[in-house]
Design a protein around this ligand. Structure first.
Ligand code: COA
Length: 363
């Protein structure tokens, strides 16, 4: 008897209907509730993306102000709850600390509570690593600006806030990626929202999911000068190593989010003292694309979102070990929308596995 087909990794397996986003890997398009990502990122604050994800439509001015105020109040609440016990829950690892922060949420916590707790925990982690005091949130600021301010990042100005908004909007939602799926599996059991957020963030902590931007910067450091890019890439490929920030499981063209983040960085450029870094990155991308096309002519391996994420978070002076936690601060918005959709429309997710262990000898 032939063995049934097994879809390890679930590639290509449809497990749900979703109205949240469409990832078109062949054409390189990301659409969130009918809006191309290019139309959302770079012009809207994170709160508008949150409104789009949760309410199904872009917020008008009144709803937007409501969302800004709601997140601001939630940050103040999160700080009051976390600050007195932060030393006890903080570890050397930003993602472990983020999980500990989220684990303090009660079962009836809202999506704003989860987003606020993530931002406050991440900012406090950055301050603690520097040996600096925890800073209180300023509820009147937007979520992005206050995240920068609480982390005491240099010049948390409008331009920096806009750049972080572009990032948070770009990565808030991306189909049935591994961590979103984990959050939906948890939601499908009827578990409370914080449990689903924890499942999502725990899954995001793995290096195959949210961990490439730090290594992208290590690579740029190692290359040093644009003229050395080709030599570096060739040597890496010859040694059998992967070029970080290149390639994607679904996209067979350049990741649309790479374009969006690159454009946001260009807009920031007049304020961006690290623009030689952008030139270096472009040289590495060009060299990597050329060499990878030569090595894998059948398979387009192009820049992914992490490549320009690295440059963007670096331009904001966010420390490398906090990159994945900042990613989580954005992606929690997607998890929250998926949680609601799963609870509304979904069914208990319970796949099967082919048993290949020993048999008991029962007739
Ligand atoms: N550099 C060098 N070679 C790469 C590569 C990269 N960035 N990405 C894929 N390849 C090669 C693999 O080595 C493999 O070659 P082989 O058949 O000779 O072993 C082939 O392309 C297919 O790789 P595979 O891992 O099956 O592709 P995938 O679609 O599952 O991988 C990634 C997607 C993202 C895991 C992969 O492209 C990668 O590791 N990229 C670097 C890490 C990264 O940027 N991660 C962030 C993703 S958003």
């Amino acid at each position: 008897m032939s063995e049934p087909r097994i879809f390890e990794g679930l590639e290509g397996v449809l497990v749900a209907r979703t109205e949240l986003s469409e990832v078109d890997g062949a054409c390189g398009r990301l659409t969130v509730r009918g809006h191309p990502i290019e139309a959302l990122a770079g012009g809207l604050p994170f709160e508008a993306m949150l409104g789009l994800l949760l309410d199904g439509k872009l917020p008008d001015a009144v709803r937007l102000a409501e969302l800004v105020a709601e997140l601001g109040t939630a940050r103040a609440r999160a700080h009051a709850a976390l600050a007195p016990r932060f030393a006890a829950l903080c570890s050397n690892d930003a993602m472990t600390t983020l999980l500990s922060g989220l684990a303090t949420l009660p079962n009836d916590a809202t999506s704003s509570d989860a987003l606020a707790t993530a931002a406050v925990t991440t900012a406090h982690w950055i301050q603690t690593q520097r040996g600096e005091p925890l800073l209180s949130p300023r509820p009147e600021l937007t979520h992005a600006l206050d995240l920068l301010a609480m982390a005491n990042l240099p010049a948390a100005s409008e331009a920096q806030g806009k750049l972080l908004d572009a990032y948070l909007v770009t990565v808030a939602e991306h189909g049935f990626n591994a961590s979103t799926f984990a959050a939906r599996v948890t939601a499908s059991t009827g578990a409370a929202l914080p449990a689903a957020m924890l499942a999502g963030v725990a899954t995001l902590s793995g290096p195959l999911h949210g961990g490439a931007p730090g290594p992208v910067l290590d690579m740029l450091d190692a290359v040093g000068e644009p003229e050395r890019a080709l030599r570096y890439v060739r040597a890496e490929l010859l040694a059998g190593r992967r070029i970080m920030g290149m390639g994607h499981r679904i996209y067979r063209v350049r990741d649309p989010r790479a374009f969006v983040l690159e454009r946001a960085l260009e807009a920031f450029r007049s304020h961006d003292r690290s623009s030689p870094r952008l030139e270096l990155a472009r040289a590495v991308e060009t060299a990597a694309e050329a060499e990878l096309s030569r090595k894998y002519p059948e398979r387009a391996i192009r820049a992914n979102v992490e490549f320009y994420t690295a440059l963007l978070l670096e331009a904001l002076a966010i420390p490398r070990p906090a990159f994945t936690a900042i990613f989580a601060c954005a992606r929690l918005a997607g998890y929250a929308a998926h949680y609601a959709e799963q609870r509304r429309t979904g069914r208990l997710i319970r796949p099967s596995a082919l048993y290949v262990g020993p048999h008991s000898g029962h007739p």
